[in-house]
Design a protein around this ligand. Sequence first.
Ligand SMILES: C[S@@+](CC[C@H](N)C(=O)[O-])C[C@H]1O[C@@H](n2cnc3c(N)ncnc32)[C@H](O)[C@@H]1O
Length: 183
Amino acid sequence: MIKRPIHLSHDFLAEVLDKDSIAVDATMGNGNDTAFLAGLAKAVYAFDVQEQALQKTEERLEQLGLDNVQLILDGHQNIDKYVDEPIRAAIFNLGYLPSADKTIITKPDTTLEAIEKILRRLQLGGRMAIMIYHGHEGGSSEKEAVLNYVKQLPQEAFTAMCYQPLNQINTPPFLVMIEKLKG
Ligand SMILES: C[S@@+](CC[C@H](N)C(=O)[O-])C[C@H]1O[C@@H](n2cnc3c(N)ncnc32)[C@H](O)[C@@H]1O
């Protein structure tokens, strides 16, 4: 069956991850992406602004026996306070956490700040996956902000792609993929 954007996001990152690599989950939520990255990378830095996300993710990692994750209760825009190693792979799942407070959403300014900081720290050949959920209030302006930012990345330094359902009703999420080619 054709891959959903979320599945492609994992495959895209898995291709560059190994046991020497550092990965970032910029939007931890329930820890699905954190657990996925932790299974492949040497170490993962995972961010969320909600205590609930850290608790859920910690439980999940414990169940899986994964102990290579640093759970950080802070906005991803402050990543430079926590990570100074080169990053091999990073993922964002924008929007809100369905099982939690739906007013806590990612926001254009802080999302762009985090994307910019992570792209700067990405290794050559490193990758970023951004899942864009845009059906909620505020989602459309965040979508536009991210697309406008990614579209102006210099093509000699980054390859950027988009994977999007074309015939689904409502506002299905889609995936933006970026690979760093040059420092
Ligand atoms: C769509 S959910 C993430 C889902 C998650 N990847 C999972 O596997 O369950 C978006 C998350 O981003 C978090 N968030 C909102 N603003 C943030 C920020 N500035 N920095 C980090 N996380 C943020 C929300 O609290 C929410 O948990």
